[in-house]
Design a protein around this ligand. Structure first.
Ligand SMILES: NC(=O)c1ccc[n+]([C@@H]2O[C@H](COP(=O)([O-])OP(=O)(O)OC[C@H]3O[C@@H](n4cnc5c(N)ncnc54)[C@H](OP(=O)(O)O)[C@@H]3O)[C@@H](O)[C@H]2O)c1
Length: 162
């Protein structure tokens, strides 16, 4: 990647009013730093969900918070409805309980779990089902308590979070 060439292209698009902001996808911190020698990055779209949350512990989300980059996340539902594993069974058991507590659906709680992270992650949902899209929007109104958030994390990890 040539940061100055990228900056040139992005500057033209911005001056022509074709784009407002510049974002990247699946970039590591070193790649972000390279591009930002010439061009500010507004958004980085990464994989993040209750079942794939390594970005929370590998420094990726911390770096985005420090550098004022908005994280978007793909596959926010993770493998919860796709796979029947010990992990997804544990998660669905906790979800079932929390659905009653918050009068919410499982997918809403999975999105609310992401939205509670201080990096202010924006989930990119994949469904094209109208009802599910409308349902997902309501997740922004759900306020998970920290205890709920950690219970879900512990269900994902399969052990207590110290
Ligand atoms: N930047 C990247 O490298 C990258 C990589 C992968 C994807 N993406 C983008 O990210 C977007 C989202 O990824 P994704 O599609 O994996 O997102 P997702 O929202 O995590 O998963 C969508 C899938 O979950 C199913 N689903 C949603 N709610 C459900 C429920 N309550 N019960 C059962 N199944 C449910 C949907 O089924 P239905 O369709 O039947 O509703 C759909 O198949 C994609 O559209 C793509 O644009 C980007």
């Amino acid at each position: 990647m040539h940061p100055t060439e990228i900056n040139e292209a992005i500057s033209i698009l911005q001056s022509e009013g074709k784009i407002k902001e510049f974002g990247v996808s699946n970039f590591m911190q070193s790649q972000i730093e390279l591009i930002e020698t010439a061009q500010k990055i507004a958004v980085n779209q990464i994989e993040f969900s209750l079942t794939e949350n390594s970005a929370m512990v590998n420094g990726s989300l911390d770096a985005m918070q420090i550098n004022a980059i908005t994280p978007m996340c793909w596959s926010p539902i993770g493998t919860v409805f796709k796979e029947e594993t010990a992990q997804t069974i544990r998660i669905r058991t906790v979800l079932k309980k929390l659905c009653k507590k918050h009068n919410a659906t499982e997918d809403q709680l999975l999105l609310a779990w992401i939205c509670k992270h201080p990096a202010k992650i924006h989930p990119v949902i994949g469904t094209t089902n109208k009802n599910r899209i409308q349902n997902a929007q309501k997740a922004t109104k759900i306020e998970l308590e920290l205890e709920d958030w950690f219970e879900l994390l512990e269900a994902s990890q399969g052990h207590a979070v110290a």
